[in-house]
Design a protein around this ligand. Structure first.
Ligand code: ZN
Length: 135
């Protein structure tokens, strides 16, 4: 591994590890709450019996929003889990494509980043779906 100026220090890595952990705790709590709310709504539907068509439409819209919220959160939790694996294996902050260090500024804005800016941009230009990450 090249020891360049971009290589993260142990302290910087610990800092990001804490931020990632805090974010995960928050997300899992949010998912738990959204799911709890959604099952309460479902129970209310069953108990409430037949509502008018307007209510049903509102309920189904709410359910769709709830689902997209959860899907987004779960996607982020997945990114966090991958970042945690890289932390555990000592590969956090190293680009998975070119294996160069990812800049501190990029990680500061996006702590679960797995690619350096150059590789990410190249990837977005190609827009090729990857069988490995699904992105
Ligand atoms: Zn790279």
């Amino acid at each position: 591994m090249n020891a360049t100026d971009d290589t993260l220090t142990k302290e910087q890595i610990e800092h990001f590890a804490k931020r990632i952990q805090a974010r995960k705790t928050l997300l899992l709590e949010e998912i738990r709450q959204v799911l709890a709310r959604s099952s309460q709504e479902h129970e209310a539907d069953l108990i409430g019996g037949v509502g008018d068509a307007g209510d049903a439409a509102a309920t189904s819209l709410l359910r769709e929003i709830t689902e997209s919220e959860v899907i987004r959160d779960v996607g982020e939790v997945r990114d966090i889990a991958a970042a945690e694996q890289r932390l555990a294996s000592g590969r956090y902050g190293i680009c998975i494509d070119c294996e160069e260090p990812i800049r501190y500024k990029r990680l500061d804005a996006y702590p679960t980043a797995k690619r350096c800016i150059a590789c990410q941009e190249r990837r977005e230009k190609l827009k090729a779906p990857s069988p490995y990450t699904g992105r």
